[in-house]
Ligand binder design. Structure first.
Ligand SMILES: [Zn+2]
Length: 113
C-alpha cells in the first residue's frame, strides 16, 4: 500500500498549493512519475479516489505523465534507459549508476475551482 501513502502526500502538497492560491477545490491534477521511481502508476490511480475523499480534491481527475529514465553513461553521456536492461547504457552496456531523470514524483499541474 505504498501508493496509498503517496496519494495522501500528493493530496497534502496539492491542498497546500490550493490554499496559497485561494481556491476552493481542485478539479484535476497532473503528476509526473519517473519510470524508475518505485511508483506504479496504475496503483496510484487506483488508490487516489479513496485518499481524496473528504479533501478539496474529492472527485478530481488524476492524470499521470510517465517520465522515461535517463542515465549518465561514462562513455556516451546522457542515454535513455530501457527498463529491460536496468541501469545500464543501452548502447555499450556500461553501468549508469547516476540517474539524471526518471525517479521523479512531482506535481506538475493543478486545476483549481
Ligand atoms: Zn554507453
Amino acid at each position: 500500500m505504498h501508493e496509498a501513502s503517496i496519494a495522501l502526500s500528493l493530496i497534502g502538497v496539492a491542498t497546500e498549493a490550493l490554499h496559497q492560491h485561494g481556491g476552493e477545490r481542485i478539479t484535476a491534477l497532473t503528476v509526473r512519475i519517473g519510470q524508475w521511481s518505485a511508483v506504479v502508476p496504475e496503483a496510484l490511480q487506483a488508490a487516489f479516489p479513496a485518499a481524496a475523499e473528504g479533501t478539496p480534491l474529492q472527485g478530481a481527475r488524476l492524470s499521470i505523465v510517465s517520465v522515461p529514465g535517463v542515465g549518465a553513461c561514462p562513455a556516451h553521456g546522457p542515454v535513455e534507459l530501457q527498463l529491460a536492461l536496468g541501469l545500464r547504457c543501452p548502447v555499450c552496456g556500461l553501468p549508469t549508476p547516476t540517474l539524471l531523470q526518471g525517479d521523479e514524483l512531482e506535481l506538475d499541474e493543478l486545476e483549481l475551482a
